[in-house]
Design a protein around this ligand. Structure first.
Ligand code: 3HC
Ligand code: NAI
Length: 690
């Protein structure tokens, strides 16, 4: 087969030039791929025996986008625009033959082809927004011309991968191929285009789908409003919208200039740098250095969950959602019924929103079998304990499980802070014991901390990672330490937030600073949501903490209509002078020195100790790499992705500046700010940890 370059071949079959790209893993548009396309297309144009051309890929997918690893490097080889120009202006029809995913630059190449054919399992999308970018190779101008402004807005601001049948409906794909028959069907399609004398369609020249929306400012205003809540703080969605506006209102070439200008702004900004970092961090997090790829996996076809409370119910839903039967154990029929009814209600709410069908509700409920005896857990492959956070209780349960569960079953605890090694020591099979720390609500939150005990076997860790992927969680492997990675870092922020209140910052000052930084809510609004009385006891409460005083005053949080804030009937919060009074009095009794505290200081006080704790976690080997910590915080605690997570953000501020701030804080405020030795080393030796 004639070779164009190391990733490209060209073969003429039935007068069709078949240009095949083969650049694993995802045929990204690296310099090599661009060169292959460039030289392949020009050779095919020059070859007189060729009447038409198809571009097709080997491996798991069509071109999945620009090569993100090349971003920020000096350009090499032919530019993507030159390649696209050659394709679009080819005198012979060119067909993109799509399988897998045609994404970003990949779809933009396909949009310069005259026709597109796809297999039913293929998907198309412009997911640049998820990397803090916009499609920068004409996609913002071509997509609206083919699918209309509204659909382009949705695709570009959500980054969704649209299934081939929907692409066909909206005109993005012209023809469907048989699954597994892509090349032969594409050849037939190309020959048909030639024999029927079909035109060389240039998407850039089409305007029938957009002309009706010219000057329709309301369309864009409404769309902006509709995505506001989801996209707060992110620059890329707004810039994508501006590009579609340009596509609708300006000639193609002028629209391209708008696209280029906004693309460069995003590409050189810190948001996209953070989002691209998170993209790779997310792919790295499941790679565990000492666990080989061929580590034997335990099959998980059935699950047992102990406790049908807040966590147990949500955890069970994850498995039922992917067709895995769950046996759920409660201590009484009454609690079991309550737990099961909450699960049902959750599913019914989802069905009411149209996200699943009523049949699916019943199918999933049928997969969840409620029992009141732990003896029923004798055959399941994975058991997850989610009873009260009490070490003695958990130890007792694991002792029982050791006697009941089948050999080789994975025994997991959902504890949020307790010592997994101590729990494992209650069994004669500590190698099968692990922490699987889900986050609340467990059926919604993406994060799973996989807590690897000292004796946990590699196979159990690898199997936990595999099941996490199956239930669509983002898993990070962490070590055994109080609070693991996420809650351990959270404790730093919570401590400082509480202290700041007695130095003069009000709860809403602190919440506002963190909200403006990009968190969905601050620590006090969060406490109100969870309930201030969690772990509080009316009988023993003695007004020692501010929380005690608030609870004693009946301020239990959102559920009682007031906590740190006061809530209206729609649960909208507002600052409350009564709380200010309570804080003032509480402070006076303790001779607290109140002062004005700036937003900047609030952020430093709350965030820098978190970064410091991250370094301590790395120093102790409780997280494998800095980016794993960022995955935990962006997926489990609402750290804004465009700020990259605490470790990325620390680097953005400058680790040297964070260190200097901590050194001063240690002197002025106390030993809790003592810098981690690893942070000192990283700064002194300029080590790159990201
Ligand atoms: N560039 C470089 N490497 C890429 C890449 C890309 N665009 N897309 C994926 N990879 C790498 C991943 O880092 C991973 O590498 P690893 O094996 O060394 O960890 C490998 O390919 C496989 O990726 P996944 O693990 O994600 O594989 P999946 O099969 O689960 O998913 C995928 C495949 C859907 C293609 C997914 O990788 C993906 O969504 N990729 C990004 C797509 C994207 O964002 N494209 C737009 C790029 S920006 C652009 O095109 C700008 C243009 O407008 C100018
Ligand atoms: P919960 O109080 O809502 O539920 C615990 C359930 O366990 C109760 O329904 C109780 O009846 C049941 N239970 C107690 N002993 C039992 C026994 N011997 N056999 C069977 N069932 C028994 O508690 P929640 O919030 O679900 O927490 C469970 C675990 O998950 C705790 O370890 C907690 O630390 C952890 N966790 C909690 C999170 C949260 O946000 N609520 C987040 C992450 C972890």
């Amino acid at each position: 087969m004639p070779t164009i370059n190391e990733v490209t071949t060209l073969e003429v079959k039935e007068e069709v030039a078949v240009i095949t790209l083969n650049s694993p893993p995802v045929n990204a548009l690296s310099a090599n791929v661009r060169e292959g396309l460039n030289n392949g297309v020009s050779a095919a144009i020059e070859d007189n025996s060729v009447k038409s051309i198809i571009i097709i890929c080997e491996g798991r997918t069509f071109i999945a986008g620009a090569d993100i690893t090349e971003f920020g490097q000096a350009p090499k080889g032919p530019s993507l625009y030159d390649v696209q120009d050659m394709i679009e202006n080819s005198p012979k029809p060119i067909v993109a033959a799509i399988h897998g995913t045609a994404l970003g630059g990949g779809l933009e190449v396909a949009l310069t082809c005259h026709y597109r054919i796809a297999v039913p399992s293929a998907k198309c999308g412009l997911p640049e927004v998820n990397l803090g970018l916009l499609p920068g190779a004409g996609g913002t101008q071509r997509l609206p011309r083919i699918v209309g402004a509204q659909k382009a807005l949705v695709m570009m601001t959500s980054g969704e991968h649209v299934p081939a049948n929907q692409c066909l409906e909206m005109g993005l794909v012209d023809e469907m191929a048989g699954e597994g028959e892509l090349e032969s069907d594409a050849i037939n399609f190309a020959n048909k285009i030639v024999s029927e004398g079909r035109p060389l369609v240039k998407v850039r020249d089409a305007d029938d789908k957009i002309k009706g929306d010219k000057g329709n400012d309301a369309l864009f205003a409404e769309f902006r409003k509709s995505i506001l809540r989801k996209t707060r703080g992110f620059l890329a969605p707004e810039y994508n919208i501006q590009c579609v506006e340009a596509a609708v209102n300006l000639p193609f070439e002028e629209g391209l200039k708008v696209e280029q200008d906004l693309f460069m702004k995003l590409m050189t900004g810190s948001q996209s740098a953070a989002q691209r970092y998170i993209f790779f961090a997310q792919r790295q997090v499941t790679k565990i250095p000492d666990i080989e790829k061929d580590t034997p996996l335990k099959e998980i076809n059935s699950v047992g969950v102990i406790g049908a409370g807040t966590m147990g119910g949500g955890i069970s839903m994850n498995f039922a959602n992917v067709g895995i039967p769950v046996t759920i154990i409660e201590q009484s029929q009454e609690r079991l019924d309550k737990g099961l009814s909450i699960i049902r209600k959750n599913y019914e709410n989802t069905a009411a929103k149209g996200r699943i069908t009523n049949e699916q509700v019943e199918e999933r409920m049928a997969l969840i079998d409620g029992q009141t005896s732990i003896e029923a857990l004798d055959s399941q492959d994975l058991i997850i304990e989610a009873v009260f956070e009490n070490m003695d209780l958990k130890k007792d349960i694991f002792k029982q499980l050791d006697g009941i569960c089948k050999e080789g079953a994975i025994l997991a605890s959902n504890t949020s802070a307790l010592d997994v090694n101590e729990i494992a020591a209650e069994t004669n099979r500590p190698e099968d014991v692990i922490g699987l720390h889900f986050f609340s609500p467990a059926n919604v939150m993406k994060l799973l901390e996989i807590v690897r005990g000292d004796k946990t076997s590699k196979s159990v860790v690898a199997s936990s990672l595999a099941i996490a992927k199956k239930i669509q969680k983002i898993a990070a492997v962490v070590g055994v330490c109080p609070g693991f990675v996420g809650n351990r870092i959270l404790a730093q922020r919570q401590r400082e937030a509480n202290k700041l209140i007695l130095e003069g910052a009000l709860p809403w000052d602190i919440d506002d600073a963190l909200f403006d930084f990009g968190f969905p809510m601050g620590p006090f609004a969060m406490s109100d949501l969870a309930g201030l009385d969690i772990g509080w006891n009316k009988e023993t409460s003695n007004g020692e903490t501010l929380r005690d005083v608030l609870c004693e005053a009946g301020r239990l949080g959102q559920k009682s209509g007031k906590g740190f804030y006061t809530y209206d009937e729609n649960r909208n919060k507002s600052p409350d002078p009564e709380v200010e009074e309570i804080i003032k009095k509480f402070g006076e009794e303790r001779q607290a020195q109140m002062r004005d505290i700036s937003k900047e200081e609030i952020l430093q006080r709350c965030l820098y100790p978190m970064i410091n704790e991250g370094f301590k976690i790395l120093e102790e080997g409780m997280a494998i790499r800095a980016s794993d910590i960022d995955i935990v915080w962006t997926n489990g605690y609402g750290w804004p992705v465009y700020e990259g997570g605490p470790m990325f953000y620390g680097n953005l501020v400058g680790y040297d500046k964070v260190l200097e701030w901590l050194q001063n804080a240690e002197k002025e405020l106390g030993p809790e700010f003592k810098p981690s030795a690893y942070l000192e080393k990283v700064v002194a030796e300029k080590i790159n940890i990201l």
